[in-house]
Design a protein around this ligand. Structure first.
Ligand code: CFM
Ligand code: HCA
Length: 532
């Protein structure tokens, strides 16, 4: 508690009270490790969070290679969200790949005043004339919501006019409190207009969807390679390197595997409700985690040959990496790490760090929900009758908390028996007592916590990595993998271990003295004269 108090004491009492709820010293608090999450950032605080548009356009839709994605808004949003996330895609024969392009309506002041629909229609016409795409996505930015352009009507017009698929996403940046709202919007439109439209014949009885895998640094390709070796067919990947055609056929798979739960749980649930295809939480980050995941999937299908093949592939892959793992474990054992990423990696990577003997002493998420920290039963949406006594219907709704209020223990047990309730493990399970979980960590708190905890490495994003480096602490980006990767499965573990060891044994940042430690910081020139 002392560490947390020391970080918080500079805040005024209102901010102190708010931020205190977002910080937990594991095993040493009065709240049973409960943590506040998925709520608004206090204005003025330098958060690392992104917006709704980033979650919808950048994260979920961005990696789909053959969707022609038009950002409807001023150019900055399109440009900033283009090419910064490292999803990769291969163009197969006869397919389109638009990932190297950035398309936007580039709204100007006059469009904001007189409306932007005309310009959007014109952009669609240009897209059709020049590129002949079969699918166009329209994503809204903040001003579009404020001026009230009807992008859904334009999408309908485009479908009729050009005989193409055109889907609109009202993902204005200001919606919700973070990227998370954008994931939800993208998920909803994909289930409404894409999934279920395909009629591919899948002969392999071990067919799976890979959900929440965005092929950052090639992770999706490595996971697919491993699954194929065992005998699985990956019908669709949401959405790393995927094509619209693959996504249309997701309902033809026998099982959905969910890697990032935070961004795609809605689709996993909706595919289950609509098409009866169950989903399973997996983690391909970490050697032990990958082994467990592969065994869990084989157990689900229950085929003895598949189970034997799984064990054989695990043994072969382990043998390939054993010598390297041993070497890097020797280098990294006992080191400490802080991890602060978006909504699931801060948890997933703890598994891999544990394999290497590294202790995670601080971890947090930008926009995760409480269940991602605390672990929780995941309930379907239950509509009660008018008297609030009986269950009228069950569909899927992610905001599950309030249904605990309506349901008796008896109802809950029935739902558990019918397997309508899943259990989802959160981060806290893997945090040792005395370590710290912090939600929506900001620059000031990062600085203070790094000073207090002195981890050997801080896993971060591009916005916060400089905070660590300026404090003399090594940083590796866990969003983009700093242009390395893949980091998943068995072979990826070695890439990760090599990168971490390379950084830790090159302590360059600790030799750097920030200039403001030795000289005044307000420096510049005025008319050629130096001023302070
Ligand atoms: Fe899922 Fe992701 Fe993440 Fe995420 Fe992201 Fe990402 Fe991330 Mo950056 S989908 S929640 S919204 S694992 S883009 S691939 S790295 S913050 S931890
Ligand atoms: C996003 C995308 C991001 C940003 C990465 C970062 C990504 O949230 O909009 O801040 O370094 O992974 O590309 O999370």
């Amino acid at each position: 508690m002392k560490t947390i108090h020391k970080v918080l004491e500079k805040y005024d009492s209102k901010v102190y009270k708010n931020r205190k709820e977002h910080m937990v010293e594991v095993g040493n608090n009065d709240n049973n490790n409960e943590i506040a999450a998925n709520v608004r950032t206090i204005p003025g605080i330098i958060t690392q969070r992104g917006c709704c548009y980033a979650g919808c356009k950048g994260v979920v839709l961005g990696p789909i290679k053959d969707a022609f994605l038009i950002t409807h808004g001023p150019i900055g949003c399109a440009f900033y969200s283009w090419g910064t996330r490292r999803h990769k895609a291969r163009k197969e024969e006869g397919e389109d790949n638009y990932l190297q392009y950035c398309f936007s309506t580039d709204l100007q002041e006059s469009d904001i005043v007189f409306g932007g629909e005309k310009k959007l229609k014109q952009s669609i016409q240009e897209a059709v004339d020049l590129f002949h795409p079969s699918t166009i996505f329209i994503c809204s930015t903040c001003p579009v919501g404020l001026i009230g352009d009807d992008i859904h009507a334009v999408a309908k017009w485009a479908e009729k006019e050009y005989g193409i698929k055109c889907i609109a996403f009202s993902c204005e940046g200001y919606k919700g409190v973070s990227q998370s709202a954008g994931h939800h919007i993208a998920n909803n439109q994909l289930i409404r207009y894409v999934i279920g439209e395909g009629d591919r014949e899948i002969k392999n009885k071990f067919s799976v969807n890979l959900l929440g895998e965005y092929n950052i640094g090639g992770d999706g390709w490595e996971t697919e390679r491993l699954l194929k070796r065992i005998g699985y067919e990956v019908v669709s990947t949401f959405t790393g390197g995927s094509s619209i055609e693959d996504l249309k056929n997701a309902h033809k798979a026998n099982l959905s595997l969910v890697q990032c739960h935070r961004s795609i749980n809605y689709i996993a649930e909706m595919i289950e409700t609509k098409y009866g295809i169950p989903w399973m939480k997996v983690n391909f980050i970490g050697v032990d985690a990958t082994m467990k995941t592969l065994r869990d999937i084989a157990k689900y299908f229950g085929d003895p040959e598949l189970i034997a093949r799984t064990e054989a592939v695990i043994s072969e892959e382990l043998l390939q990496i054993a010598e390297y793992m041993e070497y890097y474990r020797g280098k990294l054992k006992g080191k400490t790490a802080a991890i602060y990423v978006g909504g699931s990696r801060a948890h997933h990577y703890q598994a891999l760090l544990k394999d290497l003997g590294v202790h995670t002493i601080l971890a947090g998420y930008e926009f995760a929900h409480r269940e991602d920290y605390e672990g929780r039963e995941v309930l379907p949406f239950i509509k009660m009758d008018a008297d609030n006594k009986n269950i009228e219907s069950i569909t899927v709704e992610p905001d599950i908390e309030k249904y605990h209020l309506y349901l008796s223990e008896e109802d809950l047990n029935r739902l558990r028996e019918e397997k309508l309730i899943d259990y989802y493990e959160g981060m806290v399970k893997d945090m040792e007592n005395g370590t710290f979980m912090v939600d929506d960590l900001n620059h000031y708190e990062t600085e203070e916590l790094l000073k207090a905890l002195k981890p050997d490495i801080f896993f971060s994003g591009i916005k916060d990595k400089f905070v660590a480096q300026k404090s003399g602490i090594l940083s590796r980006q866990l969003h983009s993998y700093d242009y390395s990767g893949p980091y998943c499965c068995f072979r990826g573990a070695i890439n990760f271990a090599r990168d971490v060891a390379m950084g830790i044994y090159t302590p360059a940042w600790s030799y750097v003295k920030a200039p403001w430690k030795t000289a005044p910081i307000l420096e510049g020139t005025l008319g050629g004269e130096a001023v302070c």
